[in-house]
Design a protein around this ligand. Structure first.
Ligand code: FAD
Ligand code: UDP
Length: 370
């Protein structure tokens, strides 16, 4: 007899399943795709290069607890992600730093002068509510239009003024020469890949995994048979769970165009190159930078944002927040189901934040069911 059903075998579902199994609980883990790992799933392409099927996933965290929890299931390869942005065919370090300013404007600013420069171009905003406010307030209009405006329109189908401040606030602005995308304490990739790490997380006698199984269909069968459902930990889209009662919550999707280049050992100088203004894709990632894999060819992925397709990103706007709140009110009344993860909580979570949220969720469940 399964004591818990966990829906979704991404980070949220796998962490919950393992933690509950460690506490002696019997788990049925359901995943509608044919693989575990959710959007962090990786696999070798036909050429033998390890690629991330759903776009580049770079692990970074400041949480020692999260890093140590995952370290039970993987060894790590140190990796600090670097990104360039291409403007009119020229590459610049991104996020904006001192070198970006000097290269773009033909200047030789030192750090103090770079601070002064940004102070002279920024457009102070108060209060800061939107992503437009964040960027204009920090770097002013020219840099906003060159690096942020069109990328954001492509990525979200919205203007930065329609998105909450937290979206653009993910991107720091620096006046020193630090050209890393992240500055977290722990930055590393699972040494043997994400799929291998997920296999280890789920390798527990109390976890039964069923792939290609949609919980919402199974739920309908439970309802019609009159059988009671065990406690459910649900990590899928929250609006789907409630049969879209208040209408669809917007999630942004992407189309991934994977390409293998057999005769090129290195396609681009850094892991990701952003294309803010030209092309309809936002960025190109070359996986060998992330994994350190040795191979005579290389594999890349282009990301084309889209309104249609699998739900990948909650869209942080005031309007969507209000709609989500209606669903959250239903969540709060649902005693027999716990909701956790990027889709279920409608939060723009990174992987480490999902792990932390899952650990907290399980603690709460075990306390309540003690
Ligand atoms: P998911 O990974 O979406 O897993 C949910 C799972 O539930 C899915 O496998 C789905 O198939 C399954 N499911 C849904 N409904 C049902 C159902 N009815 N029945 C059965 N199964 C169901 N984070 C980082 O930290 N670093 C990065 O570099 C990074 N890059 C990213 C790049 C892209 C393009 C995207 C889209 C995300 C990126 N993220 C990154 C975020 C990261 O993917 C998420 O934080 C994390 O994977 C979310 O885990 P999750 O378990 O909440 O959701
Ligand atoms: N962004 C931008 N230009 C860039 C990179 C990012 O305008 O070159 C904005 C854009 O709105 C994007 C957000 O910053 O959605 C967050 O970027 P991040 O790289 O964190 O996005 P993710 O990796 O989650 O897709």
């Amino acid at each position: 007899m399964n004591q818990y059903i966990v829906v979704g075998a991404g980070f949220a579902g796998c962490v919950c399943a393992r933690e509950l199994a460690e506490a002696g609980k019997n788990i049925l883990l359901l995943e509608k795709r044919h693989h575990t790992g959710g959007n962090a799933h990786d696999e070798e392409d036909d050429s033998g290069i390890l690629v991330h099927r759903y776009g580049p996933h770079i692990f970074h965290t400041n949480s020692e607890k999260v890093f140590h929890w995952l370290s039970q299931f993987t060894r790590w390869r140190k990796y600090e992600h670097r990104v360039h942005a291409v403007l009119k065919g020229k590459s610049y370090p991104f996020p904006i730093n001192r070198a970006t300013l000097n290269q773009l404007y033909g200047l030789e600013l030192n750090e103090a002068e770079a601070i002064e420069f940004l102070n002279s171009v920024r457009e102070p905003r108060d209060p800061i509510r939107t992503s437009e406010d964040v960027v204009l307030n920090t770097v002013g209009r020219d840099l906003y239009e060159k690096f942020f405006l069109n990328y954001t329109r492509k990525q979200w189908g919205l203007d930065p003024s329609q998105l909450k401040a937290a979206v653009a606030a993910r991107i720091p602005v620096r006046t020193n020469d630090d050209d890393r995308y992240f500055t977290d304490r722990f930055q590393a990739m699972p040494l043997d890949g994400y799929a291998c790490m997920f296999d280890k997380i789920l390798d527990h006698p109390l976890i039964q995994l069923k792939l290609n199984t949609d919980f919402l269909q199974l739920r309908a069968e439970y309802y019609s048979s009159g059988k009671p459902l065990p406690h459910v930990i649900y990590t899928g889209p929250v609006d789907a769970y409630f049969d879209y009662r208040f209408g669809r919550l917007p999630y942004r999707s992407l189309r991934f165009e994977h390409e293998h280049l057999p005769d090129i050992a290195q396609f681009q100088p850094v892991g990701t190159v952003n294309h803010p203004n030209e092309n309809s894709f936002t960025r190109i990632t070359e996986f060998k930078h992330l994994t350190g894999q040795d191979h005579p060819g290389t594999s890349i992925v282009r990301e084309y944002p889209s309104a249609e397709g699998d739900p990948y990103y909650p869209i942080p706007s005031d309007e969507n927040e209000r709609l989500f709140q209606q669903y959250q009110d239903l969540v709060d009344m649902e005693a027999n189901t716990s909701f956790v993860g990027r889709l279920a909580q409608y939060r723009y979570y990174n992987m480490d934040q999902v792990v932390a949220a899952a650990l907290t969720t399980v603690q709460g469940i075990l306390r309540r069911h003690a």
